[in-house]
Design a protein around this ligand. Structure first.
Ligand SMILES: [Zn+2]
Length: 497
C-alpha cells in the first residue's frame, strides 16, 4: 500500500468517528431529552478521546509529514488534502495534551457559567472564567506560533488568509462609510413596525410556509431535512445529509421566514459541494466567511428583495389571510428591511449588523494587544454601543454577555460574519452582470441562481480558498467597497428617496 492510500485509510477511520460525533451533536441540539446529558457527555468524551488519538497518532503524523515533504506523485487535489491535513495537525500538536484537556474542561464549564451569568445579569459571575479563557488563548497562540500576533493566529483559524491588517482595512470602511450612512437612515427610520409585523401567526402554518420555501430555494429533500431548535443552525456530515433547523415565534413571523432562508443558504452550499469531496477533508464550504456569504446572500439579497415578495407573498397570504389582509409586496418588502437600533446582534437588521461586529472586532483586538483589563470590558462595550448605535446599555445581558462565543473561546470568529456579508455584496454585483437576477427571483427560478453559485462557489468545497473563489468569480480579490456600495444603494432606495 502506498503512503497516500494508507493516509486515506487512516482518514476514513477518523471520518467514521466524526460521523458518530456529528450525529450525536445533531441529536443533542434537536431531540435529546435534557436528562440524558450527564451519561451522554461521559460516553461522548470517550469517543472524542479516541478521535483525538487517531488524528494525532504517530503513524498518521509520519505519513502526512512524508507526503507533505515529497508530494511529487500526488494529484493537485491530493496535494491539497495533504496540505489541509498537515495544517490541522500543526494546530493541535504544539498544545501539550494536559493543556488541551484542561482547556476543554474550562470551556465546557464556562459555557454553563456564562448562561447562568447572563440569566442573572451578573458579569462578575462570568469574569473569572473569561479571564482564564483569555489567558489560555494567549498561551495557545504563543505555543502555536511564538512570532505571530496572537489575534492573527485565531483570525486565520476562522478565515484562512485573513489577518488584522486586512480586517483593519475592511472595518475602516464599516466605520468611515457604513456607520455614518446608517446614522442618516436611522434618522428617518419608521418609528413603529406595521401592524402585521406584530400579529399572531400560528406555528403550524409558519411551518407550512418554511416547507414551501424549501421548494422555492430548490433544497433537495432527499438529501436533507428540517427540524426545530432554539437557535437555528445548519448541520451536515457530507453532501447527501444536510439538515437545518428554525424556530417558530408565533408573535414574530419574520423570525422563522428569514432564519429559514438564511439556513437554506448554508444548506444549499453543502448540498452542492461536489460529491467527489465527500470522502476527503476538502468537503464542506471553503471557509466561515464564504459560508456566511452564501447564507446572507440568500437571506438578504434574494429573500429581502421586492421581486421575491412579489412572487411569494400570495402564498403567504393564502396561509394567513386575516393577518396579511390588505398588505402588498411593497409594504412587506419595506417591513422586511426595517432599520432600527438594537442591543442584540442577532436581532439586528442588515444595515446596522456590521456595526455590532465592528464593536466586537475592536474589543477583541484590544484584548489580544493586552490593552484591556477584564474588569473594564463592560464599560468599554457600553461606550462603543453608545458611539456606534447611540444606545445606553442597561444590563450585561443586552451588552457584553449576549453572545456565547467568548465563553467557548471562539475569539476571532465574529469578524467572519461581517466579512461574509461583504463577500456576498461583491458576488452580487457579478451575478447582476451575468444573470437576469431580478427576473429569475420574480419568476421563481432560483434554481438558475443555485446552478450559477454551484459552478462558481459551491462545487469546490475547500479545494479552493475564499480568495481564489472570489478572484475567479468576480475578477478581483476581496474588495469591501462593494459592501458599502450595496448597502447604500439598497437603503437609499428604501429610505432616502
Ligand atoms: Zn449563518
Amino acid at each position: 500500500m502506498n503512503g497516500f492510500d494508507r493516509f486515506k485509510e487512516l482518514q476514513k477511520k477518523q471520518k467514521a468517528y466524526q460521523l458518530v460525533l456529528g450525529i450525536a451533536s445533531w441529536d443533542s441540539n434537536t431531540e435529546a431529552p435534557k436528562a440524558c446529558f450527564p451519561y451522554r457527555s461521559e460516553m461522548l468524551s470517550l469517543i472524542s478521546g479516541e478521535y483525538y488519538a487517531l488524528s494525532t497518532s504517530e503513524e498518521y503524523q509520519e505519513i502526512v509529514n512524508a507526503l507533505h515533504q515529497d508530494p511529487e506523485d500526488l494529484s493537485e487535489i491530493q496535494k491539497k488534502e495533504i496540505r489541509k491535513a498537515k495544517k490541522d495537525i500543526d494546530k493541535i500538536l504544539p498544545i501539550p495534551r494536559e493543556d488541551y484537556v484542561e482547556y476543554s474542561r474550562l470551556v465546557n464549564l464556562s459555557q454553563r457559567e456564562w448562561e447562568e451569568a447572563k440569566a442573572k445579569d451578573d458579569y462578575d459571575h462570568f469574569k473569572p472564567y473569561l479571564e482564564k479563557i483569555i489567558g489560555f488563548r494567549k498561551k495557545m497562540a504563543h505555543q502555536r506560533d511564538p512570532d505571530a500576533h496572537p489575534y492573527n493566529v485565531f483570525l486565520d483559524d476562522f478565515e484562512e488568509g485573513m489577518d488584522m491588517e486586512k480586517y483593519d482595512g475592511f472595518f475602516r470602511i464599516v466605520k468611515e462609510e457604513i456607520a455614518p450612512f446608517a446614522k442618516e437612515v436611522l434618522a428617518v427610520k419608521d418609528e413603529k413596525p406595521p401592524e402585521f409585523m406584530v400579529a399572531t401567526y400560528p406555528r403550524d402554518k409558519q411551518k407550512q410556509f418554511v416547507e414551501y420555501l424549501m421548494d422555492v430555494l430548490a433544497f433537495d429533500k432527499n438529501r436533507g431535512l428540517l427540524k426545530e431548535s432554539v437557535h437555528p443552525f445548519t448541520w451536515n456530515t457530507h453532501s447527501k445529509d444536510v439538515r437545518f433547523t428554525v424556530r417558530y415565534l408565533e408573535n414574530y413571523l419574520f423570525s422563522s421566514v428569514f432564519a429559514a432562508i438564511h439556513e437554506l443558504g448554508h444548506a444549499l452550499y453543502e448540498q452542492q459541494v461536489d460529491e467527489m469531496f465527500d470522502m476527503t477533508n476538502l468537503k464542506s464550504g471553503a471557509s466561515m466567511g464564504m459560508h456566511e456569504s452564501q447564507s446572507r446572500f440568500y437571506e438578504n439579497v434574494v429573500g429581502r428583495s421586492l421581486p421575491f415578495w412579489e412572487a411569494h407573498l400570495p402564498k403567504l397570504k393564502k396561509l394567513f389571510p386575516r393577518q396579511l389582509k390588505g398588505v402588498d409586496a411593497e409594504e412587506f418588502f419595506r417591513a422586511a428591511n426595517r432599520v432600527d437600533e438594537t442591543f442584540i446582534r442577532v436581532e439586528a437588521d442588515e444595515l446596522t449588523y456590521p456595526l455590532h461586529i465592528l464593536i466586537r472586532y475592536e474589543i477583541e483586538r484590544m484584548i489580544f494587544e493586552g490593552q484591556i483589563d477584564v474588569d473594564d470590558l463592560p464599560a468599554i462595550w457600553n461606550k462603543k454601543m453608545k458611539q456606534y448605535l447611540n444606545l445606553d446599555v442597561e444590563k450585561p445581558s443586552q451588552g457584553i454577555l449576549q453572545d456565547v462565543h467568548w465563553s467557548t473561546g471562539m475569539f476571532g470568529y465574529f469578524p467572519t460574519y461581517a466579512l461574509g456579508s461583504a463577500y456576498a455584496a461583491q458576488i452580487y454585483y457579478t451575478i447582476k452582470e451575468e444573470l437576469d437576477f431580478e427576473r429569475l427571483v420574480r419568476e421563481d427560478d432560483i434554481a438558475e441562481i443555485n446552478r450559477f453559485l454551484k459552478e462558481k462557489v459551491h462545487c469546490y468545497g475547500k479545494s479552493k480558498t475564499p480568495e481564489e473563489i472570489l478572484v475567479a468569480l468576480t475578477g478581483e480579490p476581496f474588495n469591501p467597497q462593494y459592501y458599502a456600495r450595496y448597502l447604500k444603494e439598497k437603503y437609499r432606495d428604501i429610505y432616502l428617496k
